[in-house]
Design a protein around this ligand. Sequence first.
Ligand code: GRF
Length: 200
Amino acid sequence: KNIGVLASGRGSNLQSIMDACAAGRIPARVAVVISNNKDAYALERARQAGIAAVAVNTGDYPDKAEYEKYIVDILKEHNVHLVCLAGYMRLVGKTLLEAFPGRVMNIHPALLPAFPGLHGQEQAWRYGVKYSGCTVHFVDEGMDTGPIILQAVVPVHDDDTADTLAARILEQEHRIYPEAINLYCTGKLVVEGRKVRILK
Ligand code: GRF
C-alpha cells in the first residue's frame, strides 16, 4: 500500500514512518511527502530517502477547496491509499476527506480529548497534569476530534519544562504512529462509530 504524508515542519514523525517501512515493520511505502511549507525539513528527509517531495503554496490557490483538490491530485497520481498527517499545520477540509474517506490519520501530542489544537504538550504542562502523552486518530472535520486508534501515556515530572515533556512525548509518538499505521495496513482496525476496535 502507498502512504502519502503531509507535513509542515521538521518531519521527525515522517522519519519514523519511513524507517518503519524500510525495516519491514509496516507493509507499505511512503510514496510522496507534501508540505505547505517549502522550507520544511520534512521535504529534505523525503528527498534524502529518494521519495517524491512536493511543496504546495497555499497562496497560489483561491480557496481551501482548490488547494486541497491539487493535493488530492498529487496523492492520486502516486496511488496513495492512506494519508498520514505528521505535523501538518492546517485543518483538513471536506475535499481531502471525501477523496480519502476513513483513510486519513493524524498524531497529536496530548491525550485527546484533552488539549487539542496547537502546542498540546505545553497546554498540558501549564495545566499541571501528572500524565500526558500522545494520540493517533482518524481525521474528521473537527480539530483533533476523530476516532482514536492508539494512545501512549507518559508521566510529567516536577522538574519538567514544556520542552522536556515534549521530548518524552515525542519518543512515544515515534513508537505508536508506525504501530497504528501497521495495524491499518494489516487490516486490523475496525471503525464502529467513534470506536476503533483492534483485531488480534
Ligand atoms: C509532533 O509533536 C506532532 O504530534 C504534532 O506536530 C509535531 C510534529 O513534529 N502534530 P515532527 O514534524 O513530526 O517532528
